[in-house]
Design a binder for this molecule. Structure first.
Ligand code: SAH
Length: 250
């Protein structure tokens, strides 16, 4: 019995299907933890040319996706609800929304193209709109893949090591501490001594301190949200200096 069913509606189903067939997603599908169904909206276009778009009423640039193929496609698939339209104007996707969606046991995503979809689809067929950020993509497919991946890795049993989800960025309102692996020295660059000490309690403290340093400098908004640092954390950041990060000019 699959744990989560996700239906995706798109005029480029192969894009979504290919991305979702590799690596963790591919494995989740073959082990039936994820039941991903990608539907081709064009299959429900009724005219000879399989037209799915038309010029906007009222004039203006670009084309709009017609309502009939989308309604027909959704009615035929009977997808799990909520059905969420990918849209730059939607609610911003984040780790919290990924958790909510993973707990639903099923949901569906509708990918727009061109200028977007006929508003009757938004108002009458969809249950909400989701955005992956304040920028404009050419279509919802990349956004859908991002959401499917972020949600799937939260399904119990999908990640090899179930613990890794618990210590990741945004857990406890902090970004993750940096990682190092072999070799211990690479082109003259070493690894923090504490990580090679075998002292697990100290390693935990170091990681917590690094997560605090990192979040304070890269995402002060996250620190403010969690109400600052407590006294133990203030001592931790004094005890361990931060590792370097590049200064971004962006
Ligand atoms: N005219 C629209 C943009 C259309 S982009 C506007 O100004 O808002 C075409 C399609 O790409 C959209 O219908 C949506 O499905 C998808 N898309 C673009 N940017 C997105 C984003 N940031 N998040 C989610 N989907 C997005």
């Amino acid at each position: 019995m699959p744990v989560v069913r996700i239906d995706v509606f798109s005029i480029f189903p192969a894009l979504v299907d290919a991305f979702c067939s590799e690596s963790l997603l591919g494995r989740a599908r073959t082990t039936a933890l994820l039941d991903l169904r990608v539907h081709d909206l064009r299959a429900h276009a009724t005219d000879a040319h399989r037209t799915i778009d038309d010029a906007p009423f009222g004039g203006g640039a670009g084309m709009v996706m017609r309502p009939e193929p989308i309604f027909a496609s959704v009615r035929a698939a009977q997808p799990p609800r909520p059905l969420l339209l990918l849209s730059p104007g939607g609610k911003r996707f984040d780790q919290q929304m990924a958790k909510t969606l993973a707990a639903f046991g099923g949901f569906s995503l509708l990918c727009g193209r061109y200028e977007g979809v006929d508003h009757r689809v938004v108002a009458e067929l969809c249950d909400g709109e989701v955005s992956i950020g304040d920028f404009v993509l050419g279509g919802g497919e990349v956004a859908a893949c991002a959401i499917v991946e972020a949600v799937t890795r939260l399904i119990p049993g999908v990640m090899g090591n179930d613990e890794s989800a618990a210590s990741e960025s945004f857990e406890g309102g902090l970004l993750e501490a940096p990682h190092y692996t072999r070799p211990a020295e690479f082109e003259g660059l070493g690894v923090p001594e504490v990580l090679r000490s075998g002292d697990h309690a100290r390693i935990e403290r170091w990681r917590h301190a690094q997560a605090l340093h990192r979040t304070r400098s890269a995402r002060p908004d996250l620190i403010a949200q969690r109400g600052g640092l407590n006294d133990t954390e203030k001592r931790l950041v004094e005890e361990f200096p931060p590792v370097p990060y590049p200064e971004s000019s962006l």
